[in-house]
Design a protein around this ligand. Structure first.
Ligand SMILES: Nc1ncnc2c1ncn2[C@@H]1O[C@H](COP(=O)(O)OP(=O)(O)OP(=O)(O)O)[C@@H](O)[C@H]1O
Length: 688
């Protein structure tokens, strides 16, 4: 077996001689001793004669001298990095920049390009539209209008439809997987005053005809549980806090009720001749505001909104940091009824007098627990409570996330009235569509084990690798490139353009491995991500839930592999709970670690990033709004009665490994090294 035992031989300083004999590169690849890591030899090539580098994708093929030059580029990059205090362009970055851009208009990016494109595209109703999004020009008339108290739909346009909805078999679009119907087996619990019954299907839900048409054009046939409930609550005008698993359609969950009501009711203000409100000020006055924590997620929500707003009077608009603010202001001047924004950029635009929130009827906090943790809460409070947004009684507020710690639920109530708490499955649980594996890997073995994973099975599958720091993201992507694995990195220190490129190259499988920090953990919906690797485990299980949730979406299956070692013991207990809930195998050694680490694990629920540690004062007084009593500390993620929380059956297909190809492969390892027999019975001795 080619296992970790062999892989650890790759650690510098060990068995160099042996490795030299196995090198797949020619002498031009050789690096002076001590100048960096040795070239990685995939298991299937070990002991075989040298061959040319695989040239796995066009990315690698385009630069023929890449392999030989990589070491020099890497050294240059590292010295640049030192000179620039860590902000230098790296070899990986340089390679991304050589990529051609798929989208029209030169944007090519995940969000900014489209944002710019929208600036060229959108107009007031009935006026000429000049440029297209990624699909080119959008013809006049694609937008509808509100005229004479009626919703006048825009004309259909084939090109726009292809741009928005894609072709039926487009591999870059998400298609539902074999377990999509199984979402209906997940227990749903709604609490609060008289929650209305959920709808059962789109056709009988009395949806506005245009919304129904757009939903169908998006390929949605059946609503997911969260959508069934939210559409019905939206119609009843109820606020909601919704918790549903990653990849289970929460975006539609908030867009559908908002758009259904907006299409029905029309704009807020008195109408001018063209059916739209006129203002003296240049401020945009959206009726709906959707706030989300990251630029990429914001851009993605905007893309979804564009689909469902197609041919309607509602103009979606997007603003986020790192992109040209002037272009965004221009875009808003041309129509902004539904604004998707990151908080920082929105505050900037409010301060410049370019956005007024006085017409807001619908407020959405996506990833609400993140939006209300310590990193964002002050900005959210300012936007919601200190600007000109109508008060809680005069707007509808919707909060969505896959995780909702109790202390944040308590905080969230400041922004809600008479709300319904909806949970689909257990609060903060992972999807059973994800096969989760925990591997014991020491820090110094992580790279070797990762390389084994990446080179076993289908090497073109999309793999997202999470690390804790930006620096590590850069380093690891370099190391992967050096080993001929097409990889790029995404993190907060990269420019927006670089972030967009990295995501685009990942999405299109030009670089099928993306090394990411937490910036990519939440909300991103990238089709065909087969494998998530937690190279560094987070300290917080909610973060873990979001990270692994980048795979196994929309009823598809996926695999998540997490590297665990003694540095992660504080998460062991909560991790075991999560694994149990979603019917995953729990390694025996992990249970031992959890028992041993009881003194360490208790505080593991604190938010890891930009958050605060959940001290006793915040969560302890939480009032269970159903029972009227105080929730016990029995389970800090779920305060529903236990009978409502029965785990659903494991979905079919999970055992197939979801394309991860991970089971039984070379890197399999069963736990920490055995305790020397002489010491193992002594309770003072423990690996942890
Ligand atoms: N009713 C539906 N029918 C088919 N596909 C759907 C439906 N609802 C959503 N989807 C698709 O499922 C995928 C996941 O949806 P979405 O991104 O809204 O999940 P989410 O619950 O917000 O996930 P996360 O917690 O990661 O943010 C998307 O590609 C979306 O287009």
């Amino acid at each position: 077996m080619t296992g970790i035992g062999n892989q650890t031989n790759n650690v510098p300083g060990k068995l160099d001689q042996h490795l030299a004999g196995l090198s797949v590169g020619d002498s031009s690849d050789a690096r002076p001793a001590g100048s960096g890591p040795k070239r990685y030899i995939p298991p299937h090539l070990r002991g075989k004669p040298p061959t040319e580098p695989a040239g796995k994708t066009a990315t690698l093929e385009r630069t023929s001298s890449w392999s030989g030059n990589m070491a020099a580029a890497r050294d240059r990059s590292r010295s640049n990095e030192r000179a620039a205090g860590g902000g230098a362009e790296r070899a990986a970055v340089g390679r991304e920049d050589t990529g051609d851009v798929r989208r029209a208009g030169g944007g090519g990016g995940f969000g900014g390009g489209r944002g710019d494109a929208m600036a060229r595209t959108t107009t007031w109703a009935g006026r000429r539209e000049e440029g297209g999004g990624r699909g080119g020009p959008v013809r006049a008339g694609a937008f509808g209008m509100w005229a004479g108290g009626k919703h006048v739909h825009g004309q259909r346009n084939q090109r726009t439809e292809t741009e928005l909805f894609g072709e039926a078999d487009d591999p870059e679009r998400m298609h539902t997987g074999i377990n999509f119907e199984k979402y209906d087996d997940i227990p749903v619990d709604a609490s609060g005053r008289d929650p209305p019954a959920p709808i059962t299907n789109f056709d009988d839900a009395d949806l506005e005809p245009l919304l129904l048409e757009n939903i169908k054009m998006s390929g949605y046939r059946v609503p997911t549980p969260v959508q069934k409930s939210s559409i019905s609550y939206g119609r009843a005008g109820r606020d909601m806090m919704a918790c549903a698993q990653t990849g289970s359609g929460k975006t539609g969950g908030f867009l559908f009720p908002i758009l259904n009501e907006s299409f029905r009711k029309g704009p807020c203000e008195p109408q001018g001749g063209d059916g739209r409100a006129h203002y003296r000020s240049r401020a945009a006055r959206p009726i709906a505001l959707i706030l989300s924590p990251t630029r990429e997620l914001t851009s993605q929500i905007f893309d979804e909104a564009r689909k469902f707003c197609y041919r309607s009077w509602v103009r979606p608009c997007v603003v986020y940091g790192g992109a040209d603010i002037v272009g965004q202001m221009r875009q808003m001047e041309r129509g902004c009824d539904l604004l998707v924004a990151t908080p920082g950029r929105l505050v900037d635009l409010i301060e410049r007098g370019r956005v007024s929130l006085s017409n807001i009827r619908y407020l959405v906090l996506d990833e609400a627990d993140r939006m209300l943790d310590m990193g964002f809460e002050p900005q959210i409070r300012r936007i919601v409570e200190k600007e000109d947004m109508p008060g809680v009684d005069s707007r509808h507020t919707l909060m969505f996330s896959a995780t909702f710690p109790r202390d944040i639920q308590m905080l969230a109530r400041d922004f809600l009235k008479d709300y319904i708490f909806l949970s689909v499955g257990r609060v903060g649980a992972t999807s059973e569509n994800i096969t989760q594996r925990i591997e014991y890997v020491e820090d110094e073995d992580k790279l070797s084990v990762l390389l084994d994973i990446l080179t076993s099975g289908d090497t073109t599958r999309l793999t997202l690798v999470f690390v804790e720091t930006k620096r590590m993201a850069d380093r690891l992507s370099e190391d992967l490139l050096y080993s001929n694995i097409p990889a790029s990195a995404i993190h907060g220190d990269r420019t927006q353009r670089e972030r967009e490129r990295a995501l685009e190259n990942f999405r299109t499988a030009r670089t099928p491995v993306l090394v990411a920090t937490a910036v990519a953990a939440r909300g991103l919906d990238i089709p065909n991500v087969a494998l998530v690797v937690n190279y560094d485990l987070p300290t917080d299980t909610d973060e873990y839930v979001h990270r692994v949730g980048r795979t196994g979406r929309a009823g598809n299956t996926g695999t998540a592999i997490s590297f665990f070692n003694r540095g992660n013991r504080s998460i062991a207990r909560n991790l075991i709970d999560l694994l149990k809930e979603s019917n995953q195998d729990i390694p025996e050694w992990l249970a031992i670690v959890a028992r041993e680490g009881s003194g360490f694990g208790a505080g593991a629920r604190g938010r890891g990033r930009g958050g605060y540690s959940s001290g006793p004062s915040r969560g302890s007084g939480f009032r269970d709004h159903r029972s009227g009593g105080f929730a016990s500390a029995r389970n800090d993620r779920d305060f529903r009665p236990s009978h409502a929380s029965a785990p659903s059956a494991a979905p079919a297909g999970r055992s197939a490994g979801g394309g991860g190809g991970a089971r039984g492969s070379a890197y399999s390892h069963n736990g920490p090294p055995p305790m020397p027999p002489a010491l193992e019975n002594d309770p003072k001795n423990s690996w942890f």
